[in-house]
Design a protein around this ligand. Structure first.
Ligand code: KIV
Ligand code: ZN
Length: 520
């Protein structure tokens, strides 16, 4: 046991993270993510906003039932209805946290809530004490905290603690603050709120000015002992503070920040991959988990690394779970070896059906591709994991491309069990493919993003294609990998479309409520 102060890691990937456009996750994806977080040592998992939609309610309930170490948490506005929904969704867990919040800046109180400061004080007292009757683990947040009047903030923090809050969270909701300003806010609360020692101070920073991690760490250095963050930094607008950056900054610069977290950092890379395959790709130069985070390109750097690793490396790739890309198996490798490999790659808990599908794909890939790398295999498994829920699947695709002629695609799809085919021309092969899908399953969505990148090196590398589509304000992201970029494109589009179909089914009678609360 370390004698250093522990910083509690509160992950909100599945709540605030999911609020970023295109980041909605299915129940299965959330359960898979929650299992990894649980194993990785995340202290608190904010699994959703139960009142927001039946989908959120369902995922908070399901996650509450499976966690072994982490404490599940749900979000609630300052209303009994929200808090009751939260309690209902969480109560299967032996320990759980209710997180309730209200806006406290002059701007938000006036224009968003249309409430006077006195009414806000009353709402805090009522909501926190109501939640405290349901659990002794209540967290309270002052939304738009960093634009809240400091004297008012001291008053409401004192009131929230007196009403039963054990954790007081200060959000920089609009990503407006700077490290020195945030230091001042936390220091003032520590010095001026008389009962502050009865609660843990927490920070929750958004990244609109690219300062979320810096602000969070400033908060910790000033006395906060909980950080709210998300894997890959996903979240509303420019995102939230990235969990992996917070944890690795504390670990690497422990001389300046003598704290500990309970995170098993070797699982960071795996957590990042699972979150990105459920949401969207991570930029190559992203700190800690980007593809290039440990790559040394310049000759002078490579030379330095060979002479002494620390010349250009402040932490090892192994410490965040990045293994050297290794040549794994060839076309003669059997099912048993494949299963062992999946274990090594951290896919110990995938079902036999997924292994079967992924193994089939691996055999096809090994026939086509000279070297099959770990990342290739991970891409195959990620792809196979969601397939059984899909109602529209690609049976075959032929594309005629090149100069001179209009590009043409010939496609056969299984649409709800019925096999259908068509041939369409387009403005390029991808356009022809997407047209085929639209003809075989008529639908009206906007294509927001189409992105291709190589999983590994070489001209025979698998391409991962990401597609984001939008329908009536809802977005979904699909990803697929294949050595044939056009096949990957078709599958990525179909993946996004299947997710949209699943999402439509989950759309609740309280949809307008969802929109309202997701707009916080
Ligand atoms: O950014 C924010 O203010 C929030 C609160 C609900 C904590 O996400
Ligand atoms: Zn937030």
């Amino acid at each position: 046991m370390s004698d250093k102060d522990k910083v509690i890691i509160f992950d909100t990937t599945m709540r605030d993270g999911e609020q970023s456009p295109g980041a909605s996750m299915s129940l299965e994806e959330k359960i898979q993510i929650a299992r990894i977080f649980d194993e990785m040592g995340v202290d608190i998992i904010e699994a959703g906003f139960p009142i927001a939609s039946p989908g959120d309610f369902e995922s908070v309930t399901a996650i509450s039932k499976i966690l072994k170490n982490s404490i599940p948490c749900g979000l609630a506005r300052s209303s009994k209805k929200d808090i009751d929904a939260c309690h209902e969704a969480l109560k299967a867990a032996s320990r759980f946290r209710i997180h309730t919040f209200i806006s406290t800046s002059p701007l938000h109180m006036k224009f968003k809530l249309n409430k006077s400061p006195e009414q806000v004080l009353e709402a805090i007292k009522e909501s926190v004490s109501y939640a405290r009757n349901l659990t002794d683990d209540v967290e309270w947040s002052c939304e738009d905290g960093t634009r809240t009047d400091m004297d008012f903030m001291c008053k409401i923090v004192e009131l929230a603690i007196n009403s039963g809050a054990k954790t007081i969270n200060i959000p920089d909701t609009v990503g407006y603050t700077t490290p020195s300003e945030f230091t001042k806010i936390i220091t003032t609360l520590k010095n001026k709120v008389p009962n502050i020692d009865k609660a843990i101070l927490s920070v929750h920073c958004h990244n609109d000015l690219g300062l979320a991690v810096a602000n969070s760490l400033a908060g910790v250095s000033a006395g906060a002992r909980q950080v709210e963050c998300t894997i890959n930094g996903i979240g509303e607008r420019a995102g939230n503070a990235a969990l992996e950056e917070i944890v690795m900054a504390i670990r690497t610069r422990n001389d300046l920040m003598p704290f500990t977290t309970g995170i098993k950092t070797e699982l960071l890379s795996k957590a990042s991959k699972v979150v990105s395959s459920a949401t969207f790709p991570v930029q190559f130069n992203k700190a800690i988990v980007g593809k290039n985070a440990f790559a040394h390109e310049a000759g002078i750097h490579q030379d330095g690394m060979l002479k002494h690793r620390e010349t250009y490396e402040i932490m090892t790739p192994e410490s965040v779970g990045v293994k050297k890309t290794s040549l794994v198996m060839g076309k003669h490798s059997g099912r048993h070896a494949f299963k062992e490999k999946l274990n090594d790659l951290g896919y110990a808990d995938v079902t036999d059906d997924v292994i079967q599908t992924a193994f089939g794909k691996f055999k096809i890939l090994a026939d086509k591709k000279k070297h099959v790398y770990d990342d290739d295999i991970a891409a195959l498994v990620d792809d196979s994991m969601v397939l059984d829920k899909y109602v529209i699947n690609l049976k075959s695709l032929k594309v005629f491309a090149g100069t001179g002629e209009p590009q043409k695609a010939e496609m056969t799809l299984d649409v709800y069990g019925e096999v259908k085919n068509t041939t369409e021309t387009g403005d390029g092969p991808v356009d022809a493919i997407f047209k085929c899908i639209k003809v075989l399953y008529p639908h009206d969505v906007k294509l927001q993003l189409y992105q291709v990148h190589a999983v590994t090196e070489g001209t025979d590398a698998q391409a991962t294609v990401s597609v984001r589509i939008e329908e009536e304000g809802k977005t979904t992201v699909g990803q697929a990998a294949d050595t044939d970029t056009l096949v990957a494109s078709a599958n990525a589009y179909l993946s996004a479309l299947n997710k949209m179909i699943i999402k439509r089914k989950k759309t609740a009678p309280i949809e307008h409520e969802t929109q309202k609360v997701k707009g916080i």
